[in-house]
Write a protein that binds this ligand. Structure first.
Ligand code: SF4
Length: 111
């Protein structure tokens, strides 16, 4: 087999692979960015029940004596990766995001 046949075969393989993957790559590029979930309100009934605050330094120590100053949503194991706006979707509050400096009584140390 000649060198030009090998080159032609290689070119065809690359062209076919490129044609096959272009719609996939193009489709991914066209995906809209995921919308940010709305920030959880401190007035939400579940948030109130769990003592959720947007700033862990504002936790009522009398109500939550086990709270420690270094506990916050960022180092809690129950949040998902941060959204574009920096807030954290939380599995305790489906459909809502919490403030990274927040805290609630469901806090679980990230391993
Ligand atoms: S469960 Fe964790 S991430 Fe969710 S609000 Fe409570 S402390 Fe924050």
């Amino acid at each position: 087999m000649s060198e030009s046949n090998n080159s032609r075969r290689r070119f065809i393989k690359i062209a076919v692979l490129g044609a096959a993957t272009a719609p996939i790559v193009g489709g991914l590029a066209m995906q809209p960015a995921a919308a940010n979930l709305p920030l959880l309100s401190v007035d939400d009934p579940t948030a109130k029940a769990l003592g959720y605050v947007e700033d862990t330094s504002k936790v009522d120590a009398a109500k939550f004596p086990s709270h420690k100053a270094d506990q916050n949503c960022t180092n809690c194991n129950l949040h998902q990766p941060p959204q574009a706006d920096g807030n954290l979707p939380c599995s305790i509050f489906p459909g809502k995001a919490v403030h990274p400096k927040g805290w609630c009584a469901a806090w679980v140390k990230k391993p």
